[in-house]
Design a binder for this molecule. Structure first.
Ligand code: BGC
Ligand code: ZN
Length: 369
């Protein structure tokens, strides 16, 4: 069957390859699920893999099948799978357990291992192919009503984990009644974070460079968020006008914003970092001032990567709620559709060049049901 792959370490090496169709027997104890891939989204991580700045091939292979933001339909299940049946819509999580204590208790997103396994990213083949099999434990069921937007669930799970981490950390306060949130960045993760925070009732200010009106500002405002352009005014000015922020969700992919966000955070507030910044940027910061404000204000900053199945499941619930509160909003994030694995060149070209894109995705197979 067809698959889109790269040679990790070799820039711009995307190509179409032929791999054997996986079978249920690949998974032990009758717990396999064979899934027909319908859609796969691509993001900044795929960009880095394409540029050979990130990613690794599975042991014994020189290529990596790419794609981690998946959506598909169950084709067949093993004898011991009760939770899925053929025809169900499903999504697979990305990371697979290693050996640390966290991996052993179902929290592989919190692994201590240096080497981590992620489908389509690191050491495991991904989903830009016709079929995959995986263990039922790593597969999440998608209700029919959200199937058209479900390809956004993996990025949404990143937001869900970040917010869940904030809730866990803020239990330190015994009473946490957050009201105002800021989101840094208005690309797909920033927009999804804006949505999740609006669904939780926050007053949300979403910061991004481009002046409004633009498609991103319109999406923010359509769900009752406030769009703040940093073209002519600083983040600190935004915080003066619309803060103090109880929670800041950073998703710009630009690390200097982290330090400005630290200064924009309110007392007892929490700053959640989700940008993966592979570069080697250095900047000067007012270290004494930032440190003092953090100490005197009991502030917290937490990094958050990946997501486990509970975050995907919360994402499903949020998507269903979003569809009733803000009908058709999520659908508008699906801006660039590339049809068929054969069009891998245009998939990567769109990912790398379409500045107006929110989510670029490959329609691997048409959903005929
Ligand atoms: C993926 C995560 C992954 C992270 C680091 C992100 O793009 O969505 O699942 O953990 O990259 O590899
Ligand atoms: Zn991703």
């Amino acid at each position: 069957m067809k698959a889109i792959a790269v040679y990790p370490g070799k820039p711009q090496s995307a190509h179409l390859t032929d791999i054997p169709k996986p079978s249920l027997e690949n998974i032990p104890n009758g717990r396999g699920v064979l899934v027909k891939v319908l859609r796969v989204g691509v993001d900044g991580t795929d960009k880095e893999i394409y540029a050979a700045e990130y990613g690794a091939a599975p042991k014994g292979d020189d290529f990596l099948v790419t794609g981690h933001e998946n959506f598909g339909q169950v084709e067949a299940v093993g004898a011991d799978v009760t939770e899925f049946k053929p025809g169900d819509y499903v999504i697979a999580t990305v990371r697979r357990p290693g050996t640390s204590i966290y991996d052993r208790i179902g929290l592989s997103d919190m692994t201590l291992d240096t080497v981590y396994y992620e489908r389509g990213i690191n050491l495991l083949h991904g989903f830009l192919t016709e079929y995959y099999v995986d263990h039922a434990d790593f597969i999440v069921k998608i209700p029919e009503g959200i199937k058209d937007i479900a390809v956004l669930l993996e990025p949404f799970s990143i937001v869900q984990k970040g917010l869940a981490q904030a809730d866990e950390v803020q239990r330190r306060l015994c009473v946490w009644q957050p009201k105002r949130a800021a989101v840094m960045g208005a690309r797909s993760i920033g927009l999804l974070a804006t949505l999740a925070l609006r669904l939780r009732g926050f007053d949300v200010t979403t910061f991004a460079r481009t002046p409004k009106p633009n498609p991103h500002s319109e999406l923010v405002e359509a769900i009752g968020g406030r769009y703040f352009s940093t073209q002519n005014e600083s983040i600190l000015k935004g915080a003066q006008d619309f803060g103090p922020f109880d929670l800041i969700f950073e998703a710009t992919g630009y690390s200097p914003i982290v330090f400005e966000s630290m200064q924009a955070l309110g007392k007892n507030g929490i700053l959640v970092l989700t940008s993966i910044t592979g570069g080697n940027q250095t900047i000067e910061i007012p270290a004494d001032e930032i440190n003092e404000q953090f100490v005197l204000g009991n502030k917290v900053m937490v990094g958050s990567v990946n997501a486990n199945r509970q975050h995907f499941e919360q994402g499903v619930r949020d998507m269903a709620q979003a569809e009733t509160e803000y009908p058709n909003w999520l659908n508008q994030l699906l801006t660039h559709k590339i049809v068929g694995l054969n069009n891998y060149e245009s998939l990567y070209e769109t990912l790398n060049k379409a500045n107006d894109a929110i989510k670029v995705y490959c329609e691997v197979a048409e959903n005929t049901n």
